[in-house]
Design a protein around this ligand. Structure first.
Ligand SMILES: [Zn+2]
Length: 580
C-alpha cells in the first residue's frame, strides 16, 4: 500500500503496478514496471467516497484540466491485470460501499472500440458480440478523408457511408460518426423465394442501382529506377523487342511514350503498367552467344493476375535514395453482386443470394420496399435479440428524423420504442401488413420491417472467383501451383480421393492425380532397381551402377514420387524399384 500511496502522490511513475498474491502456500508481492502490460484507467475510491466531483468534470470540459491532471492529482490511476486482482471495482457511483477500492469510469467502456459499436449488445448472446467485434474490422467505409491523395498499397472506399440511425455512446468517442463504415438499410424478415436460405440475403436491384453498398477498390503498383555499381541503371521506358524476356501479346499497348501506362486506361491482369529494362545480372553474361553483345533484361511491373481496373492516378517522384520512382494507382468499381458479404452489427453475416428487381419485391401498405430481405431462421438459434430491437429503433429514428440511443445498458428501452411506434401509427411490434411483389396478394402474416445498419465486408466475389484449365506448375514437384494469385489448380485432397476410391472410379482417380498432374517417365534398371538414364551421345540407356549391360525398363510415375526416391538417396537410403 505504501508503493500505491507514493504512486498516487506522483513520486513513483503512474505505470508502476504492485500486486499482493495470496493463494495456498504462495504469499508474494509483485512489483511490475516493465513495458507491454495492458493497463486501464479507474477512478480511485477512498473510504466509500468518490473523490472525482462534477466540479472536476466541468474543469475538464472547459479545458482547464487535461486527462493527465486526473492522474497527477491521484484521482484516476492505471491498473494492470495483476493489480486488478486486489481491487474491488464498483460499476456505478451509487453502488460504491466502503469496501470498494475503485470505480469504473464508464461501464460500457469495458466493451472497447469494436464491441462498442453494437447497439443493444446486452440483448445478444455473447458469442455473437464477439463475432461482430471481429467483423467490424472487415467493414468497408471511409477510412480517411484524404484517400484520393494517398498511395496506399491497397484499400477500399465505401461510396455513401451513413451514420448509424441507432447510435451508441462509444460511436462519438471513437470517431465512428465522422468515418462511418456501413449504411442504414430497410430490412424485412421473411423467407422469400428460397434465395435467402442459409444466411443468404436478397437485395433490391433498384437499391443497388441507386448506389447502395457501392465501393471502390484501390491498389498501387510501383517501380524504381535503381542504380547499380559500374554506372549501370534501370530505365523506365517502353521495352524494345530485343530485350531478354520481352513479353508476347498486347501487354504493352497501354504504355505511353515515357513507358508508363496512361491515366484512365482500362487494364486487366497481365497488362504492363510500368515498362522497365535492367542491365544484365552478371557482367559479360551471354556475350559468347549473342551477336549484339550485352542485352538488357525486361523487368516491367504488370497488373496482378485476375484483377481488372482503371488507371486512377500516376505519380512520378524520387525515392529516398534519389532514384526515379513511379507509382500507379488502379481503381475498380465494386457494385454489389451475387456472393458479396454483408453483416449487421450483431454477428449476423451473409452473402447476397439474389438481386431481385424492385417491382418483384414485397411492399407495405405505404409502398415501402425493403432494400434487404433476411431469413427469420437466422434468429431462434443465435438469439440476437439486439438486431430486432435495432430494427424497431431504426424504424422510429427514420420516421421521426432523429438518432436513437441504443447504447449497451443505457439504450432506449423496448417499451419506449413500442410506445413511439404506436404514436407514429404503426404496430408496436414493428410488423406491418405486406403484399407479394409478384402476385400482389397480401401475406397472411404481418412481416417485421425496420431499419438496420448493415456493413459491407471486404470479402468480395470479384477477389475470389477462380478457375483453371492449364497453367503454371511448381518447379520442384511439377504439380500445379497453389492459390488464385498464382493461377493455381483446385486442390483435389485426401477426402476427395477417398470419395473416388469408395466409388471405385479408378480411371478418373488416375486421370486427376497422375495424367493431369505430374506424370513423368523414368528409366529403371531391372537389375539393381535404381533410376537409370538415357545417354544421347552413345544412344544407349545406362544404369549408374550396372553400366550399359543390363535391361532398362520405362516406368510411368508421379514426379513427386521420383523426387521422394531421390530425397531418400540423399539421406543414404537405397530405394529399389522391382520391375517385372
Ligand atoms: Zn543397375
Amino acid at each position: 500500500n505504501y508503493i500505491r500511496e507514493e504512486r498516487r502522490k506522483g513520486k513513483l511513475s503512474s505505470e508502476v503496478n504492485v500486486a499482493c498474491i495470496k493463494s495456498g502456500q504462495i504469499k508474494e508481492v509483485c512489483v511490475n514496471c516493465d513495458g507491454g502490460r495492458i493497463v486501464r484507467p479507474l477512478i480511485i475510491v477512498k473510504e466509500g467516497k468518490v473523490p472525482v466531483t462534477t466540479d472536476h468534470v466541468e474543469k475538464l470540459r472547459r479545458g482547464e484540466w487535461t486527462w493527465n491532471d486526473f492522474i497527477e492529482k491521484g484521482l484516476v490511476e492505471y491498473l494492470d491485470p495483476m493489480e486488478e486482482e486486489n481491487a474491488y471495482i464498483a460499476l456505478n457511483p451509487e453502488d460504491v460501499t466502503p469496501e470498494h477500492t475503485h470505480l469504473e469510469i464508464m461501464p460500457a467502456a469495458i466493451l472497447g472500440a469494436c464491441a462498442g459499436i453494437i447497439p443493444y449488445a446486452e440483448h445478444n448472446q455473447s458469442p455473437r458480440n464477439s463475432y461482430e467485434a471481429a467483423m467490424a474490422k472487415q467493414a468497408l467505409g471511409l477510412s480517411c478523408a484524404n484517400i484520393l491523395l494517398r498511395k496506399d498499397s491497397r484499400g477500399h472506399l465505401l461510396h455513401y457511408p451513413h451514420k448509424p440511425l441507432v447510435q451508441t455512446r462509444l460511436l462519438d468517442v471513437v470517431g465512428y460518426n465522422e468515418r462511418p463504415s456501413g449504411q442504414n438499410m430497410v430490412v424485412a424478415l421473411l423467407t422469400l423465394t428460397g434465395y435467402n436460405i442459409e444466411d443468404a440475403l436478397v437485395f433490391s436491384r433498384g437499391a443497388v442501382d441507386r448506389g447502395l453498398a457501392r465501393s471502390t477498390f484501390f491498389r498501387t503498383y510501383e517501380a524504381e529506377e535503381r542504380k547499380y555499381p559500374g554506372g549501370e541503371e534501370d530505365r523506365i521506358e517502353r521495352p524494345p523487342p530485343n530485350v531478354r524476356g520481352y513479353r508476347a501479346g498486347e501487354v504493352y499497348k497501354y504504355l505511353g511514350e515515357d513507358g508508363i501506362v496512361e491515366v484512365e486506361a482500362q487494364v486487366r491482369g497481365g497488362d504492363v503498367l510500368i515498362g522497365r529494362t535492367s542491365p544484365p545480372r552478371f557482367m559479360g553474361e551471354y556475350t559468347e552467344f549473342e551477336i549484339s553483345g550485352r542485352v538488357r533484361r525486361e523487368t516491367s511491373v504488370d497488373m496482378r493476375h485476375g484483377e481488372i481496373g482503371i488507371v486512377d492516378a500516376v505519380l512520378i517522384t524520387e525515392s529516398s535514395e534519389g532514384n526515379k520512382l513511379v507509382k500507379v494507382r488502379i481503381r475498380d468499381l465494386r457494385v454489389p453482386e451475387l456472393g458479396d458479404k454483408f453483416a449487421s452489427r450483431h454477428g449476423q453475416k451473409g452473402v447476397i443470394g439474389l438481386l431481385l428487381p424492385q417491382e418483384d419485391l414485397p411492399f407495405t401498405e405505404e409502398g415501402i420496399v425493403p432494400d434487404v430481405i433476411i431469413n427469420p431462421h437466422a434468429f431462434p438459434s443465435r438469439m440476437t435479440i439486439g438486431q430486432l430491437l435495432e430494427s424497431m429503433a431504426g424504424k422510429v429514428a427514420a420516421l421521426k428524423g432523429v438518432f436513437i440511443d441504443g447504447s449497451t445498458f443505457y439504450g432506449t428501452k423496448e417499451g419506449e420504442l413500442k410506445r413511439e411506434l404506436k404514436e407514429l401509427g404503426y404496430s408496436p411490434t414493428g410488423c406491418e401488413v405486406m403484399y407479394d411483389g409478384v402476385t400482389g396478394e397480401m401475406y397472411k402474416v404481418p412481416i417485421l420491417i425496420g431499419v438496420v445498419y448493415y456493413q459491407k465486408l471486404h470479402h468480395m466475389v470479384a477477389d475470389k472467383m477462380h478457375a483453371r484449365a492449364r497453367g503454371p506448375v511448381q518447379i520442384l514437384t511439377r504439380q500445379p501451383t497453389e492459390g488464385r494469385a498464382r493461377e493455381g489448380g483446385l486442390r483435389f485432397g485426401e477426402m476427395e480421393r477417398d470419395c473416388l476410391v469408395a466409388h471405385g472410379a479408378a480411371a478418373l482417380l488416375k486421370d486427376r492425380l497422375l495424367e493431369e498432374s505430374d506424370r513423368t517417365t523414368v528409366y529403371v534398371c531391372e537389375n539393381c532397381g535404381l533410376i537409370a538414364y538415357y545417354n544421347a551421345i552413345s544412344d544407349k540407356y545406362k544404369c549408374p551402377l550396372c553400366e550399359e549391360k543390363v535391361k532398362i525398363a520405362q516406368v510411368t510415375m508421379s514426379y513427386a514420387f521420383k523426387l521422394l526416391l531421390q530425397e531418400l538417396m540423399s539421406l543414404v537410403i537405397y530405394p529399389r524399384l522391382k520391375v517385372s
